[in-house]
Ligand binder design. Structure first.
Ligand SMILES: Cc1ncc(COP(=O)(O)O)c(C=O)c1O
Length: 422
């Protein structure tokens, strides 16, 4: 139905209210509903749908189940980081910081890129601090993509990608990664590229699969992006959470890629402060400038006292970063073992906060139904992988569990999950 043809009046506007008031329902039903509907942000009644993470966290709170749904750690980050933020608040660092982020943090991000990867962004022009990685990604999509443009993403995909691509008016094209290996099939990325492709939005280490793109997979991405002259935005929020001695290789370090790649990351996962929402993007000055232009009208700035604290944390010794990954790897092993003993098939992740398991061998073909019932069955909450998919059948019985919890919590979750064994 055309938005202007509605006869429904909201409370307080009756018949005969005249042109201006009658336009209110049309305004209320405006473009956002079409956009939000297309992006699956509305439920079947047309109300704003909560994300699956909010739904499952509420389920955990209601039932007292162990929440392995939403990806947040249950321990705080380094004490020095917390102390530095508290000290900054007390020292009066509480007003708007500069639009691009405090210089100290921009310099620390540039130095971090140099120390770990040999990249050398100019902190003045090639680094932008954002409200989490999410804002960097949203601002990049809004800056570069619009109606008629296609954005290529790996599927399954982090849910904000789909929503932000739709909100930018663009269209997503997906490249499937398949359980349990989740490797990029040779030629699959090239097959998704068409004349309207504007951007590849990459994520490695990858949520929800935990897949870390191999050197060969990264080389294929670089080759395709170069051949088709594409912009690439790489979401590297799990850059320090890799297992089994894998190194993180930013796409921007591959030959020819620095000039067409925006690298996005965030303090949330690396320092266990997901609620702080301090993110950043680095890359060529003209691309960062375009993202800055959009970003300044989204949040303008955020997290003034957290910024200098994150700057100091980025300079922590390498051992600190290795220890964080080591603890998560132990969590992965602990939970994987429990899931295998319970009878799941498990994809062994190379990094991130997550493990994906297939419940089909246990007789559960519907991961969503299982997740809704899991608090009753086992006192655990998880997330169905199909919410990260267009092709929901490809992930029908797959479930994602978070491993970023204390060892005793994971041990108890593993013990409870074993009860599913038939
Ligand atoms: C792949 C990926 N990108 C981005 C984010 C969000 O990062 P931030 O909290 O810094 O916005 C998440 C959080 O779960 C994520 O998994």
């Amino acid at each position: 139905m055309d938005a202007t043809s509605t006869t429904t009046s909201p409370a307080g506007t009756g018949a005969g209210d005249g042109g201006v008031r009658q336009r209110v329902p049309a305004l209320r039903r405006g473009r956002w509903r079409d956009v939000a509907g297309a992006a699956n942000l509305l439920d079947s009644t047309g109300a704003v749908a909560p994300t699956v993470f909010a739904t499952m966290s509420a389920l955990a709170a209601r039932t007292g189940a162990i929440n392995l749904g939403q990806g947040f750690p249950d321990t705080d980050g380094p004490a020095s980081l917390l102390d530095d933020a508290a000290a900054a608040i007390r020292a009066g660092v509480n007003q708007y910081p500069p639009g691009r982020g405090v210089p100290e943090l921009r310099r620390a991000i540039a130095e971090h890129q140099r120390r770990f990867y040999g990249l050398e962004p100019d902190p003045e022009t090639e680094v932008l601090v954002t409200a989490g990685a999410t804002e960097a990604i949203a601002a990049a999509l809004l800056a570069f993509c619009g109606a008629g443009d296609e954005v290529v993403v790996l599927e399954p995909y982090y849910d904000a990608y789909a929503a932000c691509i739709e909100l930018a008016g663009a269209t997503r094209r997906t490249v499937p990664l398949r359980f349990p290996g989740y490797e990029l099939e040779p030629g699959a990325l090239a097959a998704a590229i068409g004349p309207r492709t504007r951007m590849i939005l990459l994520n490695s280490p990858h949520n929800p699969t935990g897949h870390v793109l191999s050197p060969a997979e990264l080389a294929e991405v670089a080759e395709v992006a170069t051949r088709h002259d594409l912009l690439v935005v790489t979401d590297e929020v799990y850059e320090h959470l890799l297992f089994d001695g894998r190194p993180h290789v930013p796409l921007a370090t591959l030959p020819g890629m620095a000039g067409r790649t925006l690298t996005v990351s965030s303090a949330g996962k690396t320092f266990s402060v997901t609620g702080w929402k301090i993110g950043w993007v680095s890359g060529p000055a003209d691309l960062v400038e375009a993202v800055t232009t959009v970003k300044q009208f989204l949040t303008y700035v955020n997290g003034a006292p957290f910024q200098p604290a994150v700057a100091r944390a980025l300079a922590l010794p390498e051992q600190h970063f290795a220890d964080v990954a080591g603890r998560l790897q132990a969590g992965r092993d602990q939970l994987t073992e429990g899931l295998l003993e319970a009878g799941f098939t498990v994809s062994r992740p190379g990094g991130t906060y997550f493990v994906v398991a297939d419940a089909a061998p246990l007789g559960y073909d519907d991961g969503m139904a299982l997740c809704l019932d899991l608090p009753r069955l086992a006192g655990v909450v998880a997330v169905p992988v199909r919410v990260f998919h267009d092709d929901q059948a490809a992930a029908a019985s797959l479930v994602r569990f978070a491993v970023c919890k204390r060892p005793e919590v994971l041990a108890e979750a593993a013990r409870r999950l074993r009860a599913l064994r038939r």
